[in-house]
Design a protein around this ligand. Structure first.
Ligand SMILES: Cc1cc2nc3c(=O)[nH]c(=O)nc-3n(C[C@H](O)[C@H](O)[C@H](O)COP(=O)(O)O)c2cc1C
Length: 186
């Protein structure tokens, strides 16, 4: 009897963990693929730039990734249809602002299309005039090193000219939700 109860609870656990398989050979179910990709937890950044004619652009991006230490390279990618993309391409530089756990509102702000996202936001000009947001955990001020077209996105590779960092808790993003770090017992 005791053995049976154990068997039942194990079966339930396995069923609830059944994976969803998305066949990507043909046109995949975009929602299902997005859900699968969303299982990968990331930090959250706001990438900013200043165009040659002085317009400030900024977008929330969790596609940021470290690439190389020597030379110092990072990347992020932008949706081809993003209104701010032409500005990033024309500028030739960008700044990556890494958000802390208390900056989810800033993330939402920069993820919303607006004529001027900087009107009601505190910022200061960094290298190349790219806007730097206050109190962020880290900043990477970059010259655009390479632009690679990749499907419906464009990969922007940047060479870091200046990096800044401070202590604090990062803002996380996973499964379409914001979160913070909960450390496991050592
Ligand atoms: C957490 C989060 C991460 C995002 N990451 C990206 C990203 O890496 N690349 C991208 O193109 N859009 C990303 N977006 C969506 C853009 O922030 C959003 O489309 C924004 O409006 C783009 O700026 P724009 O409208 O000024 O071009 C993300 C949104 C959120 C909420």
């Amino acid at each position: 009897m005791r053995g049976n109860r154990t068997a039942v609870s194990l079966r339930v656990a396995r069923e609830s963990e059944e994976p969803t398989i998305i066949d990507c050979a043909a046109a995949p179910d975009a929602l299902a693929l997005r859900r699968a990709l969303g299982r990968f937890a990331t930090g959250v950044t706001v990438v900013t730039t200043r165009t040659p004619d002085g317009k400030l652009e900024g977008m929330t991006a969790n596609s940021f990734s470290a690439v190389s230490l020597d030379p110092p390279l990072v990347l992020w990618n932008a949706r081809r249809q993003a209104p701010s993309l032409p500005g990033f391409l024309a500028a030739g530089c960008f700044a990556v602002n890494v958000l802390h756990a208390g900056q989810a509102a800033l993330s939402r702000h920069f993820a919303t299309p607006l004529a001027d996202k900087f009107a009601a936001i505190a910022w200061e000009p960094g290298l190349h005039g790219c806007p730097l947001l206050p109190e962020t955990l880290a900043r990477f001020e970059c010259a655009t090193a390479e632009v690679v077209e990749a499907g419906d996105h464009v990969i922007m590779l940047g060479r870091i000219a200046r990096a800044t960092q401070r202590e604090g808790e990062p803002l996380l993003f996973a499964g379409g939700r914001y979160g913070t770090v909960t450390a496991l017992p050592a």
